[in-house]
Design a protein around this ligand. Sequence first.
Ligand SMILES: [Fe+2]
Length: 427
Amino acid sequence: MLYKEWFSHRLLVIMLVVALLSGSATPVLCSEGPAEVAAAPKHITLTWTDDTRTTQTITWKTAVTSSNGQVQYVEATADGSFFGNVKTVAAKAELFSTDLGDMTIHSVTLTGLKPGIHYLYRVGYGAEWSEVRSFATAAINVPEFKFLVFGDSQSDNYDIWHSVLYQAYEANLDAVFLTNVGDLVEVGQQDCAQWDAWFDAAQQVIGTIPIMPLTGNHETYTPVWGERSMPTMFTAQFKLPNNGPEDLVGQVYSFDYGNVHFVMLDSQEREEGRFVPDMLERQQAWLEKDLAITDKPWKIVFFHRPPYHSKSASENESIRLTFVPVLDRYHVDIVFNGHEHVYARTYSLSNDAMVDRPDKGTIYITAGRSGTKANPNICSNDWHEAFYNPVDEPNYITVKIIGDLLTVKAFKQSGALIDSWSIDKTK
Ligand SMILES: [Fe+2]
């Protein structure tokens, strides 16, 4: 990295740390009523909908009266100033109707960006602008990178999600994106107060590095007990690649970063099967094509319900029978799951049997929890090589790829190491 780029990066990191320490990022739970929706931009979120090297998607919310929105951005300089060749792009505006009233969701995908560059940006319109933030594009050649994985964040309150996310990011400022394996909130199709609290708790971090989340069963829950829906509040708020199968676009997708191909699937057949009856078979066919055409040496897949579950957890037979044969055939390296709120790592598995080398099988990781809900009665199963039930404090996972070496580490929120392991493709 050139000194100028390094200095710029450090300056941006310092800006973030100052914001964290000053408490400006303290989550604020929203009160009830439409009057809570402010005219100023809120919930500024980075995702990717296209090439991670040359595009950046930015989404935010305002009051419904603010139908105009813009992103202004400029290449970061050593002094961090937001001047010079600042470009302005108009946003797309969409109505977002919730139990707290209507809002407008604004989104922009910046295109034609330079790979491997830090940019400064702000969002807003007229007299209402956000603070200046930063994002970085992926380089053409990525010698190494790190990303963060968080288990279910559904909570009674989102202070825990805030603290584990911020402590994980402060300890891993070199992470280039993060993901959450589903069940972000408790009642995904109703409770905008929960979504508000979730986004407020994640601000600064998801406005600085992209989040590439997936859905869980709770994203389908409605105010009517037992009634389920497609996760439309999830897909409205997170702008994600639209390369998934029909009727599952925005919740099933794939993307590349560096030498890794990432795939996000939807395991909510019990909840969404009534709306898309062949949703598993549809994903199976799509996954087959998706994995067949990638030339990336590493393949990592995410879906919410684990096919290799813990004891006392319900079996997910249809998920295992539909997804696992394709994962085996294309030798996916790692699958991340959620749902059980425990950290669990299987042996290398292929065709439902243990194999002696990672290059012959797939390792399945259940990610743990980043919210308040723990399951103290769950314990390990025969196929687990490592298991930890995070009843004492929440946890997170780091994944670092250096060429042919991939290292996964699981940490408690406080930083204590739970598990560490690697796959080396040269051996
Ligand atoms: Fe779940």
